[in-house]
Design a protein around this ligand. Sequence first.
Ligand code: P6P
Length: 339
Amino acid sequence: MASIPTNTRIYTIERFILDRQADFPDATGALTSLLYDMAVAGKLISSHTTRAGLADILGSAGQENVQGEEQQKLDVYAHRTIYQLNDHTGRLAVMGSEEEEDIVPIPEKYSAGKYVLLFDPLDGSSNIEYNVSVGTIFSIFRRKSKSGPGTLDDCLQSGRDLVAAGYIVYGSSTMLVYSTGDGVHGFTLDPSIGEFLLSHPDIKLPDNPKYYSVNQGYHRRWSEGVQRYTSWLQGEDGGEYALSQRYIGSMIADVHRNLLGGGVFYYPADKKSPKGKLRLLYEAIPMSFLIEQAGGYASNGTGSLMDVVPTELHQRTPLYIGNRDLVEKAEEFIAKYDS
Ligand code: P6P
C-alpha cells in the first residue's frame, strides 16, 4: 500500500487569508472579506475567459475606454463583475478602474468603508482573441479622507501606502497571487471544485534570472540608454548575462513568468509613449509591490516606482521590474546615456 504523502497541505485561499488575519490584532475582517471578494471575481472572470471562444463574448463591445482603446466584451464583463461584488459591501469608500474615466463612487444607498480599490479588470485584453493569457490587477489602500464619499485624493497614493495588492492571471491555469506585505503567495484555481488552493507559498525571485521581456520591435523609438541596456542584457557591452527573450504582450503574463523564473520586464518611455504606456495606479504600483515582496525591485528608470506619488487616476509610467541587479542596471544605462 503506497504511503499517503503527508507534506502536501490542502490550503484554500479563504483559510489562508483568515489564518493571517490573526496576525493583525486590530483587524476587523474587512480586508479579509475584500480579498475573498477578489478571489470570487477571479473565479467568475475565469469562467468566462476559458470559454471566450464559444460564447458570444469575444470581440469588441462597440465602445472605447478612457484610454481610447476599443473595449472588449470580456473587459466590460470583468469591470462589471468587480464593481457588483464591491459596491454594496460597506468595505470601500471609492473605486477606480481602467475602464472608467472618473473615480467610481459607492452608491449613496450603501455605506462607505475604509478601503480604496483600484483595478485593471482585464489587462492585456487586446490579446483575448488570440487566446493569450490576460489578467486582473488590483491595489488596495486605506482611505485618507475621514468620512463620507471617497475622493480622487483617496485614490492618488504611492506604493508605500499599499495595504495589499494582487493579480489573477487567466492562463493555462488560473492563478491568484497577492501580498498584504508579508510575502507573496500564489493560489491555483481547481475549477472542478471552484477553489483557489495554495500552490506557491512565499514566492521569491530566483537569484539567477532567465528572461528579459521587452517589445524589441520598438528598438528605434528607444533612447540610447535603453538600446544599450538591451544589448547588455543580450551579453554585449560587457553584459555577463545572455538572457532568453520572452515577450507575450500581456504585462501580467510577462511579469508572472519572470516572478517565477527570474528576469526583467520593461516598457520604457519612447518617442511614441513619452510617459510610458503602462498605468501607474492599477498596473505598475501593484506589480511593483509584489515584486519587492518577492525580493525584486521596480523602477520608472530613475528611481523606485514605489516612491512615485500619482497626480492623475490614469497616469502612465515607464516600468522596469524584476531582479534588482537587472533593474538597477537599467537605471545606470539611463543615467549614463540619457541624462
Ligand atoms: P505593446 C496590453 O495591451 C498592455 O497594456 C500590457 O499588458 C502589455 O505589456 C503592453 O500593453 C503591450 O504593449 O505596445 O508591446 O503591444
